[in-house]
Design a protein around this ligand. Structure first.
Ligand code: AMP
Length: 217
């Protein structure tokens, strides 16, 4: 099963991705995580991406595309892939469509997590992540058992440097300006399925699963 998961920052891509990966065993490729890793390891690519990420802007297509080409070639399991946060522009989408077809791994479905701006601001500014295992929390909606500490690995929680209201505004306008066209592109191919991401997590998950089960049949 080959899945693209699309949605603005805070729509729940990370949470749904981890559930999809554990249930279906697909390979998870999240360009945001790959870029943050490259930044942390101070690779050349990470250094080039840093200024864009810290301003909430999209990283240039050639950087993101080369990262995805490298990872997908070495990684995809027989169960397929889950692309999370990619493609976000039309050039990325066109390149990826070709790449996926060449790997004999064409896209089966594009899931769009739909949610409005006000809800996103609440979610994003309260979001916390575990530094070590990447588990995602929210200070009021999904708090850890002990304030500031991960339930799974006892490590300290952090806030992403781009999870402020100011950066979010830039990230959402980047999303509107670029990613809407990508959604139209996949709608025209008949691959797009919308999910109301403002519902509670279990309802969003039930909707995502019913889409994936229909493909699996
Ligand atoms: P995310 O973790 O998906 O919210 O991504 C965090 C940041 O990484 C974004 O605000 C962009 O700066 C960058 N990024 C992630 N994926 C892409 C992509 N497909 N194209 C361009 N920039 C990206």
């Amino acid at each position: 099963m080959n899945i693209l998961l699309m949605g603005p920052a805070g729509s729940g891509k990370g949470t749904m991705s981890s559930r999809i990966v554990s249930k279906y065993g697909v390979t998870h490729l999240a360009t945001g995580d790959l870029l943050r890793n490259a930044m942390k390891n101070e690779t050349e690519l990470g250094k080039s991406a840093k200024q864009f990420i810290n301003q909430g802007k999209l990283v240039p297509d050639e950087i993101v595309i080369s990262l995805v080409e490298e990872k997908i070639a070495e990684n995809v399991s027989n169960e397929g892939y889950l692309m999370d946060g990619f493609p976000r522009t039309i050039p990325q989408a066109l390149t990826f469509d070709e790449l996926a077809a060449n790997l004999d791994n064409g896209i089966d479905v594009v899931i769009h997590l739909v949610i409005d701006f006000k809800e996103l601001v609440k979610r994003i500014t309260g979001r916390r992540l575990c530094k070590k295992c990447g588990a995602i929390y929210h200070i009021t909606n999904n708090p850890p058992k002990v304030d500031g500490i991960c339930d799974y690995c006892n490590n300290e929680l952090m806030q992403r440097s781009d999870d402020t209201e100011e950066q979010l505004t830039v990230r959402l306008s980047e999303y509107e300006n670029n990613t809407k066209a990508v959604l139209t592109h996949y709608a025209e191919k008949g691959l797009l399925k919308k999910v109301d991401a403002a519902q509670d997590i279990e309802k969003v998950w039930a909707d995502v699963m019913s889409i994936l089960e229909a493909i699996n049949d």
